[in-house]
Design a protein around this ligand. Structure first.
Ligand SMILES: Cc1cc2nc3c(=O)[nH]c(=O)nc-3n(C[C@H](O)[C@H](O)[C@H](O)COP(=O)(O)OP(=O)(O)OC[C@H]3O[C@@H](n4cnc5c(N)ncnc54)[C@H](O)[C@@H]3O)c2cc1C
Length: 429
């Protein structure tokens, strides 16, 4: 018998990108009378909100990634294609993949997310690391440990580890907070050879304040907590250049940097230019209120890559809710009904700084008032939300164990980090 995923008599929905948005569409169509093909350039889904925990030795890479073919165990109408979308032939209603294969579609959902944007800053592409994939997170982790071992060997405080985090949004603050956690709790006793000042963390932010999307009271709390943890803040100047050993700011300041982490902005993947789709601010694909690409019936775009007239932030929830709405709209089109608009429900935002320190702004149901939390309570809410949002029970259990081991009493006194890869020493003869 032909598997449901291969039945050509069923309408074909092609979803590009297995992130938050793509998986929301795929799952919502599990029982629909369609066959679904998920095209994803990686074999796994990446839970980006916890990548910085991998980069700082708090979690294993497998905790925040999920094998996409695993979805097939529960969803028989799904085919998973490990490929990369390069072009769209709108007249032929087919996509072209990197291997030159053409895949025809009845409905197409573009959920390919965005990537790091260096804003043409000289030297940034060559000398700064982004954090969009698990391999990038592992590279940062390895670099941290390579530098630490080097300074322990030379015992020279000049040969230390100076990390500059570019961008004072939620990601930059979380990266800096996790680095400080690694330094203050775990590394000092493990590396007695390293002078305290030799591991410096600096956040550089163009604007005058961190976390501009949060309420001022929460921004103030976050800046104070980072300060307590020894993180230096350099606010009010952008980055003019990134060199292999320093970051040069627009106000002329030179900050020494052994490692520069770039979390200052995002932009579309370059291949979107070839897809013949209308664009809005920042190159996002222009969609209508029902998330269909303007002038392209049956083609939808959601999540970070899409911008509807009713603007939504580039966060997980708009991608998930957009994916669920697209699934409803595809069913409506199949049944000859009118499509509906996305009614986005802003559940709130949060960021963690370290042990018992986080900020959360939660939208209360009915009244839509904001509940603002800080410290341990915000941290617990953050933990609950992130654990529940992970894909797969195994990842929830291992991530909970990893985060409790890093931050929870009594483990935090000696939270042994997950060590990075430092080249093996081999005798020369
Ligand atoms: C470090 C970091 C921390 C974050 N923290 C938070 C947070 O705490 N809370 C929050 O709400 N949001 C957070 N975000 C933002 C959040 O992760 C994104 O808003 C969300 O992932 C967007 O979902 P998406 O489905 O649009 O794209 P993604 O989740 O990025 O998925 C896109 C997928 O498409 C694939 N892809 C790309 N191009 C192609 C192609 N041409 N062909 C095939 N596949 C392709 C990619 O491999 C990827 O798997 C964070 C982001 C980062 C990078």
């Amino acid at each position: 018998m032909v598997p449901v995923s291969e039945r050509t008599d069923l309408p074909h929905v092609v979803v590009v990108g297995g992130g938050f948005g793509g998986l929301a569409v795929v799952k919502a169509l599990a029982k629909a009378p369609v066959r679904v093909t998920l095209v994803e350039r990686r074999v796994y889904n990446t839970f980006q909100p916890l990548l910085y925990q991998v980069a700082t030795g708090g979690l294993n890479p497998g905790d925040v990634t999920y094998w996409l073919r695993g979805l097939r165990l529960k969803q028989k109408n799904l085919r998973v294609l490990h490929e990369h979308l390069v072009g769209i032939d709108h007249d032929a209603r087919a996509i072209r993949l990197a291997n030159d294969e053409q895949v025809s579609f009845d409905y197409l959902v573009l959920a390919n997310g965005v990537t790091v944007n260096f804003f043409d800053t000289p030297g940034a592409k060559e000398n700064a690391l982004g954090m969009y994939s698990r391999s990038q997170a592992l590279r940062i982790r390895d670099q941290l440990f390579i530098r630490l071992e080097r300074s322990a060997f030379t015992r020279d405080s000049d040969d230390g580890l100076r990390v500059v985090v570019v961008g004072g949004g939620a990601t930059g603050v979380e990266v800096a907070g996790a680095l400080a956690e690694l330094r203050t709790a775990g590394l000092a006793p493990a590396y007695p050879e390293i002078h305290g000042d030799a591991f410096e963390i600096t956040v550089v932010q163009r604007g005058a304040e961190l976390l501009k999307s949060f309420h001022p009271s929460l921004r103030e709390y976050a800046a104070k907590e980072l300060g307590h943890r020894g993180v230096k803040l350099h606010l009010g100047a952008g980055v003019a250049e990134v060199r292999p050993d320093a970051v040069i700011l627009t106000d002329g300041t030179r900050i020494r940097a052994d490692l520069t982490v770039w979390s200052a902005g995002v932009g579309p993947h370059p291949e979107v230019d070839d897809w013949d789709v209308p664009r809005r601010n920042g190159g996002r694909i222009a969609v209508g209120a029902d998330l269909q690409v303007e002038g392209r019936p049956g083609v939808f775009a959601i999540g970070d890559i899409a911008e509807s007239p009713d603007w939504q932030p580039q966060l997980a929830q708009p991608a998930i809710q957009g994916g669920q709405q697209v699934a409803r709209n595809i069913l409506a089109l199949l049944e000859g009904r009118a499509t509906g608009s996305l009614q986005y429900h802003d559940k709130g935002t949060m960021a963690v700084i370290g042990r018992r320190a986080a900020i959360a702004e939660i939208t209360l149901p009915v009244t839509s008032k904001k509940l603002r939390l800080t410290a341990g309570l915000a941290w617990l809410v953050w933990l609950f939300v992130h654990i529940m949002s992970l894909v797969g029970p195994r990842n929830r259990v291992t991530t909970l164990a990893g985060l409790v081991t890093r931050y929870g009493f009594p483990f935090h006194r000696r939270p042994i980090p997950i060590v990075g890869d430092v080249p093996t020493i081999r005798p020369s003869k």
